[in-house]
Design a protein around this ligand. Structure first.
Ligand code: UT7
Length: 325
């Protein structure tokens, strides 16, 4: 039976020009390149300029995705931005980007699920498109995490970076069988019992400040492999695919050791996993679209490929999404 699927028409990404290496960080805090590479796999990250905001990065990524999609900005009727570092408490970063792109129709809003934000935003857009409420969506993950880091805390400031990635989704009729392109299945989860393991210690409703990121890395690590593997298995089961049928895994880029653990648990060959954390660090909601864009530019993703996205972040929130390119 024919069905509507959200098909990826274009992808783009943008990172700030300034690169901060592990050696640069060693001049600010008591750390070194060996520790960071061995414990995380990160070698460098990009840091936004003083006058460069989350919306600037997101709009630049969106422009590239639109060009590659061949879709005119005026045809976009939905913009969802996943971010935990909005330009302002309000209006949403999505509405700012809508304005920067010269779009005045449809609707735009932010989604806040920290590192899982891009998966949450994709699922949200997919449901709008499948319900017929929108036809062409921009889904953007954009962050300036450098603004919420405690630059005196070596256990967190070495991990994160800034950047943005975007995809253009279009509602397209498909046959409703295994040949379908577009989003095939997804699963979202959250559990607030784990808030104290990863959070920002400020906000307009509590401290009236922006606050800084706080994390119990060891405990987050302990949960990550188990929770992410679980939600991937649920997603594959819902879609009727086995892990060895997936052409490309595009995980949230937090720690190379977490990715190795998931690969071992699900028996995924390392060459099917996209890794960009060495270049970007952990860019929260931007990490998956940045990695997907990198894979696209490296010609590692082709029409018809099954691509699996997964993430876990503060909340906890976590999720996975299967899409046929
Ligand atoms: O995207 C959201 C999800 N976030 C994550 O998935 C992050 C999950 N967690 C992790 O990736 C890891 O736990 C970290 C990379 C954050 C830390 O790695 P770890 O192997 O768990 O290290 P640890 O926190 O157990 O610290 C080990 C040692 C400690 O020293 P002692 O107590 O053993 O003497 C730390 O003080 O490493 C020390 N340390 C550092 N040393 C040099 C912590 N940070 C640093 C640093 N440079 N930057």
């Amino acid at each position: 039976m024919a069905t509507i699927r959200s098909v990826i028409r274009g992808i783009g990404a943008h990172v700030p020009a300034k690169v901060m290496t592990n050696e640069d960080l060693a001049k600010i805090v008591d750390t070194n390149d060996d520790w960071i590479v061995e414990r995380t796999g990160i070698r460098q990250r990009h840091i936004a300029a003083e006058d460069e905001t989350t919306a600037d990065l997101g709009a630049a990524a969106a422009r590239k995705a639109l060009v590659r999609s061949g879709i005119d900005p005026t045809e976009i009727d939905l913009i969802i931005v996943a971010t935990a570092t909005p330009d302002r408490t309000f209006p949403s970063t999505a509405v700012r980007i809508q304005h920067m792109l010269g779009i005045t129709r449809g609707c735009a809003f932010d989604v806040q699920a920290v590192c899982s934000g891009f998966i949450y935003a994709m699922v949200c857009a997919d449901n709008f498109l499948k319900a017929g409420q929108s036809r062409r969506a921009l889904v953007i993950g954009a962050e300036t995490f450098s603004r919420i880091l405690d630059w005196e805390d070596r256990s967190t400031c070495v991990l994160f970076g800034d950047g943005a990635g975007a995809v253009v989704l279009e509602a397209q009729p498909q046959l409703g069988d295994r040949s379908d392109r577009g989003i095939i299945a997804s699963r979202l989860r959250s559990d607030g019992r784990f808030e104290d393991l990863l959070y920002v210690d400020g906000g307009p409703g509590s401290t009236k400040t922006v606050g800084h990121l706080r994390m119990n890395g060891r405990e987050v690590f302990r949960h990550a492999v188990q929770k992410i593997s679980g939600v991937i298995e649920e997603t594959l089961l819902a879609a009727g695919y086995a892990a060895d049928e997936i052409n490309l895994f595009v995980p949230h880029q937090a720690n190379k050791r977490i990715l190795d653990g998931i690969a071992r648990k699900l028996d995924v060959p390392p060459d099917r996993i996209v890794i960009t954390l060495d270049k970007h660090g952990n860019t929260s909601a931007a990490s998956i679209p940045l990695a997907l864009n990198y894979a696209f530019e490296q010609r590692r993703v082709h029409e018809g490929d099954l691509v699996l996205l997964e993430a876990m972040g503060g909340g906890f929130t976590w999720g996975a999404l299967l899409v046929r390119w």
